[in-house]
Design a protein around this ligand. Structure first.
Ligand SMILES: *Cc1c(COP(=O)(O)O)cnc(C)c1O
Length: 831
């Protein structure tokens, strides 16, 4: 259909990032076409949702052309491909990103303008794909963008949750969760592929048979069936040359399975059973860094693994008639241990379905799989009870036992009679309730294991898996996280992006972020610094409006915007920030000491619905805000706002407006953190601990351009081990700390609910302060005072902020993907 082709003439190929020329009128034709033939309306009569759909369909046409071209190119080259298995992909909205990567943002804006429509309103109408909790899922999304931008053959595999992460409302200061039925109004990006549905057996039992040659021939019998239906989302790289695919599976019930009950005459039971199967992909588990331990979660994980491996093996077999080349054509990355069942499933497919000898299958499995660890927190490490696995995946449990038997024999041959070591390294945790350790399964089945920052990898090797690091030192490496500069700088902060491009004289930085170093010589130029501060101010004014719209709090755009946005978790220490704010507040109202600059404290973040303390922290922040914002003595010097429903699109609006960002987790607990990188790219300074990637950011941008403080991970660990941390000592020694704690114990922040915040004293003073708030509070207060002093010197501050932008090249996800590609996956671009 030539009238619908958006591309006029691709023009001369200018390399990998070739944007295509488009006419505004071709765009209008395409929008009208889809309004009429995809939605059955004249475009003039479209609702705003329908307009969004029509525009998105027009864009999708362009994506599909390139997706098919890309697949042809891959078919021709038969390259090694990487398959990124993740239970979460926190994509956010797609329309702006797709337009921008296609180079169609301006033509689209113009096309809509002449039709009397504002593109920004259309963009806002898209419901986001919140198929993840936080950093882990957002990393997966950034990686997909980088793979496509770099022309790498890389596929995402995930679950097509019908309900993404809950929406957060704030009611009386408390979090209320509301379901996120994000697909309800239709999803223009997904292509359903029922023809490629996967049949996945679960439950049943294993029959111990003998084959004709007398060999052991186990038969998995009486299983039930779930069907995984793929939904493909095109993932376009910057410049539009490569469009890869994110394949998300929805669970459907199988007709055969239901027919059996149906034939027994129980129609309603058959339908109920059908509904039960479909619940498997119904909802994302909403806890970040906390294990769910539920049967439904296990089924979700297996659905992902089973469908992905079927798909990978099927594609490989299309062009190869034996498995000899499997590890040289296929890499599979496990994003955390959630998909670790892939170790057992790949063995089952190779041994049971393709008659490969165990030893050969095991070599192939290890050569193919690699594993990224994301956390050391004990409560996040998945362990499935043997009895549950036996019921749900009996053949896999058998395979896991056999993997473990052979593995422990190998360990025992190297360390004879070291039973403690065997106990620690075993995939099976002994005890009252035997459990399968998914981390150990992933470690045993992978040829490469990585942490997500230098510090985190060090801690993995020293504390989480020291025995494995001793056995296989060559398998461990660091792949420091990154974020995509397309979404987080080019699209989120177009004014800064333009200023950078005009200053450097090229937009080459967009796909090669190291080029931001070209800004450094301009730091000395007062005009440039002023332009930089002017951009920041525009972004702050815009956020000021948003703050007013959602919270009715008036804030001053010339105040210091101090931002703390991320999941609410004790280890991330939002409570430490509140302690510091309360100290500043008491300094004003009790000591008459005014801070050198007015400051707006901006919080956002969701708490897991079952996480009592996290939810109380939200109530604390909103309560402190109530008191501080309404106290005339404060004279607007401090404002505290909590923006509801933290999500990707909200982060995109907050990050460009931040002056500083809080990254204050207890040292040794945050694996990497990626929020920090988004902020640095946008010229916000880190106030943070020596944790995660903070130290690496400091090494890049310069010690004088960040504000790090507090105990280091090693000190925290030693104090914990020796039991030498006594929070009450800090309380007694430091009157400021005592005053803050007494404010929580009094009803200053909860006049109508006496005792509401007594839990803080109980946790911090009576129960040992497990996250070391008081140990770091004094140096935190000092640091925040230094921040305020520095902010009082705009020229000096501008230099610091500009150095943050200029020196963040390392934290592009392109750099991270290049390292994975070279050192773990052994894949190359196919251009
Ligand atoms: C980047 C991002 C995160 C991760 O933030 P951290 O500060 O690294 O924990 C979580 N949620 C959203 C919506 C994000 O964009």
């Amino acid at each position: 259909m030539t009238t619908r082709r958006l591309e006029q003439d691709p023009g001369p190929d200018t390399g990998t990032h070739r944007h295509v020329a488009l006419t505004v009128s071709a765009f209008q034709d395409a929008i009208r076409y889809h309004a009429r033939y995809s939605l059955g309306k004249k475009w003039e009569h479209c609702s705003s949702r329908e307009l969004f759909m029509a525009v998105a369909f027009a864009v999708r046409d362009a994506l599909i052309d390139r997706m098919l071209e890309t697949e042809d190119r891959y078919q021709q080259a038969d390259p090694k491909r990487v398959h990124y298995l993740s239970m979460e992909f926190l994509l956010g909205q797609s329309l702006r990103n797709n337009l921008s990567n296609l180079g169609m943002l301006d033509p689209c804006r113009e096309a809509l303008r002449t039709m009397g429509v504002d593109l920004d309103e259309v963009l806002e109408g898209e419901s986001e794909a919140a198929l993840g909790n936080g950093g882990l899922g957002r990393l997966a999304a950034c990686f997909l963008d980088s793979l496509a931008t770099m022309g790498m053959p890389g596929y995402g595999y995930g679950i097509n949750y019908e309900y993404g992460l809950f929406k957060q409302a704030i009611d009386g200061g408390y979090q209320k969760e509301k379901p996120d039925n994000w697909m309800a109004s239709g999803n223009p990006w997904q292509i359903e592929r029922p023809d490629e549905a996967c049949i996945v057996p679960v439950y049943g039992r294993v029959e111990h048979g003998i084959d004709r040659t007398g060999g052991y021939n186990p038969m998995w019998m009486d299983w039930k069936i779930i069907i995984g239906v793929p939904h493909d989302m095109p993932i376009i790289g910057y410049g539009g040359n490569t469009v890869n695919v994110l394949r998300l599976y929805s669970a459907r019930s199988s007709e055969e399975f239901d027919m059996q009950i149906f034939n027994e005459g129980d129609y309603l039971k058959a339908v109920e059973q059908q509904i039960a199967s479909e619940t498997i992909s119904k909802v994302l588990y909403p806890a970040d860094s906390i294990e769910a331990g539920r049967e439904l979660r296990l089924l979700q994980e297996y659905l992902l693994v089973a469908c992905a491996l079927r798909d990978i093996v099927r594609r490989y077999r299309k062009s190869h008639d034996n498995f000899d080349q499997f590890p040289s054509k296929v890499a599979i990355q496990l994003n955390d241990s959630h998909p670790a069942l892939a170790v057992a499933e790949l063995m089952r497919v190779l041994v049971d379905e393709h008659a490969q000898p165990w030893e050969i299958a095991w070599e192939m499995t290890q050569a193919t799989l690699s594993y990224t660890n994301h956390t050391l927190m004990p409560e996040a490490l998945e362990k499935w009870s043997v009895s549950l696995l036996e019921a749900v995946l009996p053949r896999h449990l058998q395979i896991i036992y056999e993997i473990n038997r052979r593995f422990l024999a190998q360990v025992a041959s190297m360390w004879p009679r070291d039973y403690e070591r065997l106990r620690r390294m075993s995939v099976i945790e002994e005890g009252e309730q035997k459990r399968v350790r998914m981390v150990n399964l992933a470690l045993v089945g992978s040829h490469a294991v990585n942490g997500v920052s230098t510090l985190h990898t060090q801690l993995v090797k020293t504390y989480l898996a020291p025995d494995f690091a001793q056995l296989w030192p060559e398998r461990f490496s660091t792949k420091t996280n990154g974020v995509t500069p397309r979404r987080w700088l080019l699209q989120a902060n177009p004014l800064l992006a333009d200023l950078i491009t005009n200053t450097i004289g090229s937009n080459g930085w967009i796909a090669d972020l190291g080029k931001l170093r070209g800004l450094e010589p301009h730091v000395q130029n007062a005009k440039f610094r002023q332009a930089f501060l002017a951009v920041k101010r525009v972004n702050k004014v815009r956020l000021t409006r948003l703050i007013y719209d959602v919270s009715r709090v008036v804030v001053n755009p010339d105040a210091l915007f101090d931002v703390h946005i991320k999941r609410i978790h004790e280890y991330k220490r939002q409570l430490l920030n509140v302690m510091q704010i309360v100290h500043q507040y008491l300094c004003i109202i009790q000591d008459g000491l005014e801070p050198p600059v007015p400051r707006v404290y901006i919080f956002a973040g969701k708490a897991a619905p079952g996480y009592w303390t996290a939810k109380q922290i939200i109530k604390l922040i909103t309560s402190v805000g109530q008191v501080v914002n309404n106290d005339p003595q404060v004279k607007g010097l401090i404002r505290v706002v909590f923006l509801p429903d933290y999500r990707v699109s909200l982060a995109e609006q907050i990050v460009p407006a931040a002056d500083v960002n809080q990254q204050i987790s207890m040292a040794g607990t945050e694996a990497s953190g990626t929020g920090s990188m988004k902020f640095a790219m946008n010229g916000a300074l880190i106030v943070g601990t020596y944790d995660g990637a903070n130290t690496e950011i400091m090494e890049e941008v310069g010690e004088e351009n960040v504000f790090l403080f507090g105990l280091q991970a090693e000190a925290v660990r030693q104090m914990r081990e020796r039991g030498s941390y006594h929070p009450r000592d800090y309380y007694h020694r430091n009157p400021h700390i005592r005053r803050v704690m007494e404010a929580f114990a009094s009803n200053l922040f909860c006049p109508n609910q006496p005792g509401l915040f007594r839990w803080i004293g109980e946790s911090v003073l009576d129960h040992g302060d497990p996250y070391f708030h008081l140990a770091d509070l004094e140096s935190y207060i000092d640091t925040q005072n230094r921040v305020a002093q520095a902010f009082n010197d705009p020229a000096g501050w501008a230099c610091k902020a500009i150095f943050n932008v200029a020196r963040t090249g390392k934290f592009s996800s392109d750099r991270a993907i290049a390292e994975y590609a070279r050192e773990i996956w052994n894949i190359r671009p196919v251009l």
